[in-house]
Write a protein that binds this ligand. Sequence first.
Ligand SMILES: *Cc1c(COP(=O)(O)O)cnc(C)c1O
Length: 495
Amino acid sequence: MRYISTRDSARAVTSAAAIAMGLSMDGGLFVPQTVPVLPKGALAQLCEMDYRQRAVYVMKLFLEDYTAAELTDYTARAYGPRGFDTPRTAPVKRLDGNTCFLELWHGPTCAFKDMALQMLPHLLTAAMGKIGEKRKVCILVATSGDTGKAALEGFADVEGTKICVFYPRDGVSQIQKLQMTSQAGQNVLVCAVNGNFDDAQTTVKEIFSDPVMREELAGRGWMLSSANSINWGRLLPQIVYYISAYCDLLNEGEVKSGEKVNFCVPTGNFGDILAGFYAKKMGLPVGKLICASNRNNVLTDFIRTGVYDRNREFYTTVSPSMDILVSSNLERLLYDLSDRNDAETAGYMEALKTQGRYEVSDRIRSALDRLFAAGFCDDAETKDVIARVFRDHGYLIDTHTAVAYGVLEKYRRETGDGRTAVVVSTASPYKFCASVLEALGETPAGAGPELIGQLEKASGVPAPAPLKALLGRTARFRDSFDKSELADVVREFLR
Ligand SMILES: *Cc1c(COP(=O)(O)O)cnc(C)c1O
């Protein structure tokens, strides 16, 4: 199967090329030319498998130029006991009669980004070989927190790669900062940027698109690549856990074969929920995909009205990984819902760039209506949800997951749709100790990893080992830089 660009359907490349390139030359995103459908009986077969075998099965359907043996090797390394604290990898936990949580934070950095970023390095380094690319690859990441650490953990000491992460000096939580600055590995660099996330992100994009820089690095045997969710190699591993969750529900008798399930997803860049959309296209019995936002509710408005408008105030919230006004992966959805109309998709993206706004066709709007529902929670509601779920069920959730659960409750009230729903749980509550403690009515005593013990005491829920291990850890990387210095930092790093 080939991959085509959302802005030029005639541009078809192999899966290895799509993963190695990350972004298409025309600025579009790569999508599979046809989404494979699960063969008859596949779900029954998948029910008998463990998570890693399910991942091999599903990814193989999309990756012609990787062998099953290769994928088996990657999944063993990506989802093995070295990184994940449960052999189930992505366990489903039942809350009540018709609500479950899909826990995606059992990996090394305790956020769902691990599900993809533990896999991407294997797919990417193999892709380089498969397309005959001799250069080594340097991953550049601008992060608001979770992606940076997950990418570092995925690429640390991976042969033929280096990774350089830029984070806004004052824009990440103390735990997130220490997670990154204490990263081990010979091939890693972590830098604070004097500015906000947008400053870091814009500068990284400039470095990517600077032809002089590219030439200079190529001369020294390096190419630059990205680890964010525009890369198909990051999206694909996320399709697996929707299918795996459904199998677990079948195995546990929570649903009958063929019965539809709703998924409610805390959404930022639209990567996670888009993977759910592809799972549904593959034939998984999915009812509604419920898109949950925080106060930055540009997606709620979009799904409800068909108008995407980023011309609005940006809020900093207690669910920082969803503080985003431009969701890059929406482009893939628009392409699909416009019946693969590349000109129409490119038009929306151009309007977004020039006016910060676009309005989709009636055809797309009715498809959005059929497939999705949407809602949002502000910070007060989010904290109230954390407190209630803990009080009523003894189950502790993080701020992002709480947004999703709050939105699911509203959706059920508004529509009366009481179908079994899976809330996608994207981070360990211990990554956001201060907000979770406040939600439980505690006053945070201290900062960063010092709060882990306090939250353990207040909740009785044990913290994940990788976060506990941060206590007493010191930073390896302490430098901060102005935007104008970042290109030289990269040059020096690849010397
Ligand atoms: C990245 C992230 C999200 C948002 O996921 P998208 O794929 O960007 O929509 C939600 N929750 C957490 C904890 C995250 O790290």
